[in-house]
Design a protein around this ligand. Structure first.
Ligand SMILES: Nc1ncnc2c1ncn2[C@@H]1O[C@H](COP(=O)(O)OP(=O)(O)OP(=O)(O)O)[C@@H](O)[C@H]1O
Length: 275
């Protein structure tokens, strides 16, 4: 059932961002373009500025210098048609799953019957039809995140910003959430920008991985185009090779974080496409 028209993903562009938090902490993001409808993962060691960049993308915070463009418009207020999902779900505990999903639709002026019809559809997309009448406390952590995902997707955002959305979940649940996310992304054509610390997750999901350095913080050191076909197979030698490269980058970043200069990378952009 597709009762709305299909939303089209937004385009994002960060250029020459500079944000100073204190004498010792500042973020300098050179250039990053997020293509419409792409799924980009931001990877970098803890504290390198990923969440800050996501906040800029949402138009919740504005950098001291530089710009974020949303569809070529410089962001000066909260980004239109944008949704954020964090590690915690923020569901209303007194509402059932379906009421949680319907609530923002009702808030937008949708009539009650229509809102509940939509909510039911999106709950079905995350496999929760049988749990529509359950309250968050009666659901598992993974189910709650699925309700949150359904609630977000029901709003048909053009841009979805995800800050480690699955990190509180066990591995099996995580894998399942990744499949739901991929399905939702493919159905909705939304642009997704996601932070994760899980290299396996990054490789299962991303069509691009932006590696963020920590000297200076925020610097996009490398962009990897992941051309592996879907569904991805972690046993694939190419999958493993990229995973090892990512692992080395993060290890280097972590070791060098305090004092050393940025890692020397030969290519600013690499393509991993099977020919
Ligand atoms: N509002 C703020 N005031 C002061 N310092 C801040 C503020 N926001 C972020 N920082 C600092 O900027 C740096 C980058 O923070 P940010 O949360 O963006 O990193 P991150 O890569 O998302 O980290 P993590 O992976 O641990 O969530 C950190 O050193 C952080 O302490």
């Amino acid at each position: 059932m597709h009762t709305h028209s299909q939303p089209i993903g937004a385009r994002l562009e960060f250029s020459n961002i500079r944000q100073t938090f204190s004498d010792t902490v500042s973020i300098e993001a050179n250039k990053l373009v997020i293509e419409p409808g792409s799924l980009t993962v931001l990877l970098g060691r803890s504290g390198c500025g990923k969440t800050t960049l996501l906040n800029f993308a949402a138009g919740l915070v504005f950098p001291d210098q530089g710009q974020v463009r949303y569809d070529n418009q410089i962001l000066q207020s909260p980004a239109p048609s944008t949704a954020l999902i964090f590690q915690t779900h923020n569901l209303f505990p007194w509402m059932t799953a379906i009421e949680n999903v319907a609530f923002p639709l009702r808030n937008q002026g949708m009539k009650k019957t229509a809102a509940f019809t939509h909510a039911r559809h999106y709950l079905e997309q995350v496999g929760l039809t049988a749990f529509a009448q359950h309250k968050p406390a009666q659901l598992s952590g993974g189910m709650r995140q699925r309700v949150a995902l359904a609630r977000t997707i029901a709003m048909q955002p053009r841009l979805l910003l995800l800050d480690e959305p699955f990190s509180a979940l066990d591995m099996q649940t995580r894998r399942m959430m990744q499949r739901y996310l991929l399905r939702i992304w493919q159905d909705s054509a939304a642009t997704i920008l996601m932070i994760t610390h899980d290299l396996h997750e990054a490789l299962m999901l991303a069509d691009r991985i932006a590696l963020m350095a920590s000297s200076p913080n925020g610097h996009i050191a490398q962009i990897l185009d992941i051309g592996l076909e879907r569904p991805r197979n972690p046993e694939d030698p190419l999958f493993r090779t990229i995973q090892q490269q990512l692992d080395r980058f993060l290890e280097h970043e972590t070791l060098q974080a305090e004092h050393a200069p940025a890692p020397e990378l030969t290519d600013s952009q690499s393509k991993y496409t099977r020919k």
